[in-house]
Write a protein that binds this ligand. Structure first.
Ligand code: KMH
Ligand code: ZN
Length: 309
């Protein structure tokens, strides 16, 4: 398994809004179909948020998740990873409602409180489809994405200890790596740690190549062989950063949550298109793609038959 690259695909997220791309999956049927296509294209892990089927607004409603989770499970072998970050207006209890019902193999776990400014994400939009979109984005100039140490420990307690869920540790800056190292030191979290280093969110570390090296060096120093490294980068940096991660021995995340584009000025028509592109690049570089079973073994996951959906 050594050297196999795990491709994660984050299919819809809570950053992009329906007016930014007609290809963003919104309804449970669209989210299921897009996830299945991404898995067929080579994604071993599907990272999921839910949206209100009418308005496309991010929703924490477990009933909406329940409309696509079983469909994905029945149609693919991919690891289902549910967000605990939710959407930018949700309380922590709301963020945890669906994961606690679904008890998935994997959940995201955001490793620090931070500014999370996506107010410019809609700059190219000429016609807004829904009234919520513009204020949702503009409101993030005054938004703190809350993830205190107590919040983090509580999530691990409820989902990790409670249901055997393991985590995609979302690290948006160097300090988040140190927060995770503290949790490892305190035995709050257990290795192997799946560390998702994130570049290019306004409020986190910038998408500068030297930062990629710096985050990797820091993670190596803090976690040694106790971690599995993955990279995502926002917007136009997505493919370059994931390619560099592959070359450096890391794993990658793509998907319309992180970027709506497939090339310069060209909207991606599906999540699968992005998965196929990074797969093609990695295979051209003689790297091998991990299957879901290999991803489960690498990350020590409990298995797709031990979830609540
Ligand atoms: N939206 C990404 C930058 C989460 O879902 O918990 C990070 C993310 C957060 O995926
Ligand atoms: Zn997410």
């Amino acid at each position: 398994m050594a050297g196999k690259v795990i491709i994660s695909c984050a299919v819809t997220g809570a950053i992009h809004t329906p007016s930014m791309s007609d290809y963003l999956p919104i309804t449970p049927e669209e989210i299921a179909r897009s996830s299945i296509e991404a898995a067929e294209a080579g994604a071993a892990i599907i990272h999921l948020h839910a949206r209100d089927p009418e308005t496309g607004a991010p929703t924490p409603d477990p009933a909406v998740f329940a409309r696509f989770l079983p469909v994905i499970k029945q149609s693919t072998d991919a690891v289902v990873n549910i967000t605990t970050g939710g959407g930018l207006t949700m309380t922590l209890d709301e963020r945890l409602a669906a994961p606690l019902e679904a008890k998935p193999e994997m959940c995201s776990l955001n490793m620090g409180s931070m500014n999370f400014n996506i107010s410019r994400a809609g700059d190219r939009v000429k016609n807004w489809k829904h009234a919520w979109e513009k204020p949702y984005l503009e409101g993030t100039t005054n938004f703190i994405f809350r993830n205190t140490f107590a919040d983090i420990a509580g999530i691990v307690e409820k989902l990790g200890k409670g249901h055997g869920t393991r985590f995609e540790f979302e690290c948006y800056d160097v300090g988040h790596l140190y927060n995770l190292a503290h949790c490892l030191d305190q035995k709050i979290v257990e290795p192997p740690l799946f560390v998702q280093t994130i570049f290019g969110i306004l409020g986190g570390i910038g998408a500068d190549q030297r930062n990629l090296l710096f985050m990797k060096e820091t993670a190596d120093r803090l976690f040694g062989d106790q971690y599995v490294w993955s990279v995502l980068a926002a917007g136009r940096h997505q493919m370059a950063f994931t390619t560099m991660a592959g070359i450096m021995g890391g794993n990658v995340r793509v998907g319309l949550e992180d970027s709506l584009y497939i090339g310069r000025g060209q909207l991606a028509k599906s999540n699968a298109e992005q998965v196929a592109k990074i797969r093609r690049i990695l295979e051209e570089l003689s790297l091998e793609i991990a299957t879901p079973a290999e991803a489960r073994a690498i990350l020590k996951l409990k298995g797709g038959d031990r979830v609540g959906f």
